[in-house]
Design a protein around this ligand. Structure first.
Ligand SMILES: [Zn+2]
Length: 404
């Protein structure tokens, strides 16, 4: 039974309490057996029977639950530096999409890659996320658009789950209507409802279905049809909502009892209250706000209304070309006025809720899986204040070191 001793601060991030209650233990120790946590507490209270066990010295550092990136688009082809330059020169996201850049370009580049090529690329990204302290990553499809290409992306995620240590949570994302269905929107929505969603559910290739409710993507009515089919086929529901304007996406997410609603930069009071009542997690994506030079999610309004807030990277080649979750966390402090404690809970237990895994991961408690990271900082405040390329010393997943 391995032991981690001499932990300066162990942030257990238990679910109870407020968003900022990380339930820290000073001068702590942590014990696990196989994949699960057995004991944690002040080292002075370490049970006598554990004293002879093999131990690792944390040297006074911070220990946190393994970070959970609850929103990424991990598998894609190409990059979009040209869009980045266009945006700096004044083009908007919607203008870029309108001239065939943006998602269209990524769809084209993704379709050109084989399943093997996509797998190798995504595995490389994932290992670098693990090295930063991340143990679980939600991964969306959505760059294939036609059924066979969407299935290809989901098979990449299944293989990642099977062949590398990080936990992968696969989500089928309805991103936009493809060129092939120009002028035939209803046919595309029907294809999702009657063919793609049942096929994905039957093959067990996704846990969630997400939909982009936006001017360039799907209307609320179309989203409702797709989400109803998802629910009927046993998939959980997520919604990309209110990113570029209030399109009642938050209210739609609440109506469907979604586990999470994402973006929400333009959500209004009514939508925020509906999310609170539904217990839906608001997933904020500060890297996307920064890269799009848009106002960030108003986290204080959500927290004051009782909505659990998660922070994720939104890693994708357009609006958030970085998988660096600790950078997103520091940005959440600065742009969204969240305290470091609130942000840590946003990437642990609240993020676990956003991917439906709160029973197993997201906090350090006896019985939960031994996913944790050792951070070279004395406490959470210092870690997120003193931004460095990588402060993570080691990431453990299922009780085993997973850092490269
Ligand atoms: Zn996204």
């Amino acid at each position: 039974m391995p032991l981690l001793i001499n932990i300066g601060m162990l942030a257990s991030c238990r679910p109870e309490g407020l968003q900022g209650d990380i339930h820290p233990i000073r001068n702590a120790a942590l014990a696990w057996q196989g994949a699960r946590i057995v004991w944690l507490g002040p080292e002075s209270e370490l049970p006598e029977s554990f004293r002879g066990e093999p131990r690792v010295d944390a040297k006074g550092r911070l220990v946190i639950p393994g970070l959970i990136d609850a929103h990424t688009h991990l598998a894609f082809g190409g990059w979009r530096a040209h869009d980045f330059v266009g945006r700096i020169q004044g083009e908007t996201y919607l203008e870029i999409a309108g001239r065939g850049g943006g998602i269209h370009h990524t769809v084209d580049m993704t379709r050109r890659l084989s399943e093997e090529e996509l797998f190798l690329r995504a595995r490389g990204f994932l290992q670098q996320m693990v090295d930063l302290g991340v143990s679980t990553v939600e991964c969306k499809s959505g760059y294939g658009l036609v059924p066979e290409e969407e299935m290809k992306l989901l098979r990449v995620y299944r293989r990642l789950q099977e062949e590398q240590p990080a936990r992968v949570v696969p989500t089928l994302l309805a991103h936009m209507v493809p060129e092939e269905y120009r002028g035939r929107r209803q046919d595309y929505v029907d294809l999702w409802c009657t063919d793609l969603i049942p096929a994905v559910a039957e093959a067990g290739l996704a846990e969630f279905c997400d939909i982009f409710v936006e001017e360039t993507a799907f209307t609320v009515a179309e989203a409702r049809a797709i989400l109803e089919a998802a629910r009927a086929n046993g998939l959980g529901v997520k919604v990309h909502a209110d990113q570029f304007g209030d399109r009642s996406g938050a209210a739609l997410a609440a109506e469907f009892g979604a586990v999470s609603a994402e973006h929400l930069e333009f959500a209004r009071e009514e939508g925020i209250r509906a999310l609170a009542a539904a217990g839906t997690v608001a997933v904020s994506l500060p890297l996307a706000s920064l890269y799009l030079r848009q106002p960030p999610l108003q986290a204080r309004r959500f927290i004051e209304c009782g909505v659990p807030v998660a922070v994720a990277t939104d890693f994708n080649p357009g609006s958030a070309p970085s998988w660096h979750l600790p950078l997103a966390m520091t940005l959440a402090c600065l742009l969204q006025q969240m305290t470091p404690g609130e942000v840590l809970k946003a990437t642990t237990i609240q993020a676990a809720r956003a991917v439906g895994r709160q029973a197993e991961i997201g906090s350090l408690e006896p019985g939960k899986l031994a996913d944790f990271a050792v951070i070279d900082a004395p406490d959470v405040d210092h870690w997120l204040y003193h931004f460095r390329p990588n402060s993570c010393i080691g990431t453990y997943i299922n009780g085993t070191q997973a850092t490269s």
